[in-house]
Design a protein around this ligand. Structure first.
Ligand code: SF4
Ligand code: SF4
Length: 153
């Protein structure tokens, strides 16, 4: 009984302290954690078609199609079945595939949630936040690091 009263007191304390934890979306744009994992963005210019992302993905979310000369033709990602483990991003040696913080995507059918490389290239950063800048990784030895801005298109 005492435990119940304590939990009720805690609930009432937080209910009446004036803090608001919800936002009136979509009129108000919510903040998301820097670690939030949203829809992927792909850079064809950075991709070397090594297929490591496809191999590491635990549930075949990524399918890459290459021609007989090993040139990349298709990069498809079934966002509807992704578990957002971020393994594809971690294994990519060139930062060609990144999970943005963008959660604003919908689809009525499964096929609408299969994104091809053109759709993945067009995924916008959420609030212009580049996740690599937020996470500040040590990218010194990675391919593609340069002085200029990275073009993810
Ligand atoms: S985040 Fe995980 S499940 Fe989603 S595509 Fe990448 S490796 Fe696959
Ligand atoms: S791991 Fe990176 S470079 Fe390799 S195929 Fe995937 S996106 Fe392209």
């Amino acid at each position: 009984m005492i435990g119940l009263l304590k939990s009720l007191a805690t609930t009432m304390k937080h209910a009446l302290d004036g803090e608001v934890y919800t936002v009136a979306y979509p009129d108000e744009v919510p903040k998301v954690s820097p670690r939030f994992r949203g829809v992927h963005k792909f850079s064809q210019e950075r991709c070397i078609w090594c297929r490591q992302c496809e191999k590491v993905c635990p549930n075949d979310t990524i399918q890459i199609v290459m021609d007989d000369k090993r040139n990349g033709e298709q990069y498809n990602l079934h966002i509807g079945q992704c578990v957002y483990c971020r393994l594809c991003e971690e294994v990519c040696p060139t930062d060609a595939i990144l999970l943005t913080q963008n959660f604003e995507f919908t689809g009525d059918t499964k096929s609408e949630l299969v994104y091809n490389k053109e759709q993945l290239k067009a995924v916008p950063w959420y609030k212009d936040i580049d996740p690599l800048e937020v996470r500040e990784p040590d990218r010194g030895g990675w391919v593609g690091e340069g002085d200029g801005e990275v073009d993810y298109q």
